[in-house]
Design a binder for this molecule. Structure first.
Ligand code: APR
Length: 251
């Protein structure tokens, strides 16, 4: 049945649009910690201390250190894209702009896995932003209280380019327009705990999309999906892309 639905979506006309939402689970097999699994990041760090504007105001050095440690892990040469990232890179090369990846992740593994159209709604570890203008700059180095922007005179302090709890995620207008006209919405490796990302499936369903959850375990929003497969992303995402590729070739 689900392949019939996928085929109906894919062959409805020439342009079938797929929106993919990813969370920390897609990078777990690359060696990056998730947030809410056993021994996850939020087990060892208080969200209010390291992921809120108030926490940053209270103790900026603790927050700078937290994101500098995450960046150092990401830049470790043992951390590489896994088959799920490469499969999505292949899907984008197959579908071009008709496949959009919206990620809650702040790593660069989608791009290193060949993806070219990635919307980072929660920011990125490998950039920093000016505390005054909010302009982002590429930054692979540590960001500390001494770091300064290049967009202001006098130069202003830089902060991690991360969307903290209580702050508005980036690119929401673009994301909503993609959800509005997507035919297939696929959620990968997210627990469905954090809004607005956790609400995207409902919006996509209301707009007539076929929604699919690919996750290690059922997420908190698993009942919202028309179709679900559980297991490691490195297996499920490869299988999903192979399914779409064969349906595209036969449509
Ligand atoms: N393959 C597929 N899914 C996996 C894997 C794997 N190998 N390993 C873990 N998962 C799943 C878990 O079952 C869980 O549902 O990934 C999900 C990770 O959930 P979270 O740790 O809550 O991460 P995420 O959903 O991305 O968090 C969303 O919360 O803290 C904020 O801004 C932060 O972007 C983050 C947001």
């Amino acid at each position: 049945l689900t392949d019939k639905i996928l085929l109906s979506k894919i062959s409805k006309n020439s342009t079938c649009k797929i929106v993919v939402l990813t969370g920390a689970g897609i990078s777990a097999e690359s060696g990056l910690k998730t947030f809410r699994d056993n021994n996850g990041l939020w087990e060892n760090h208080a969200i209010k201390e390291v992921a809120t504007p108030e926490g940053f105001a209270r103790n900026p050095d603790l927050v700078y250190r937290f994101y500098n440690e995450l960046r150092a892990q990401l830049l470790d040469e043992t951390v590489k894209p896994n088959p799920a990232h490469y499969a999505l890179g292949k899907l984008q090369s197959l579908m071009g702009n008709e496949c959009v990846i919206v990620t809650q992740n702040v790593d660069n593994l989608h791009e290193r896995g060949g993806a070219t159209n990635v919307i980072h709604m929660h920011g990125e570890l490998l950039s920093a932003k000016c505390g005054k203008t909010n302009k982002s700059v590429i930054s692979h180095d540590d960001v500390t209280r001494e770091s300064r922007c290049t967009c202001c005179s006098p130069a202003q302090a830089l902060r991690p380019d991360i969307v903290w709890f209580g702050e508005m995620p980036y690119h929401m207008d673009d994301i909503e327009s993609h959800l509005y006209d997507c035919d297939i919405f696929v959620s990968i490796g997210t627990s469905g705990n954090v809004y607005p990302a956790a609400g995207f499936v409902n919006f996509a369903n209301q707009c007539g999309a076929h929604s699919i959850e690919l996750n290690l375990d059922p997420s908190d929003i698993n009942t919202a999906f028309a179709e679900a497969h559980y297991g490691p992303a490195s297996k499920l995402v490869v299988e999903f892309v192979e399914r779409v590729q064969s349906l595209l070739q036969n449509s």
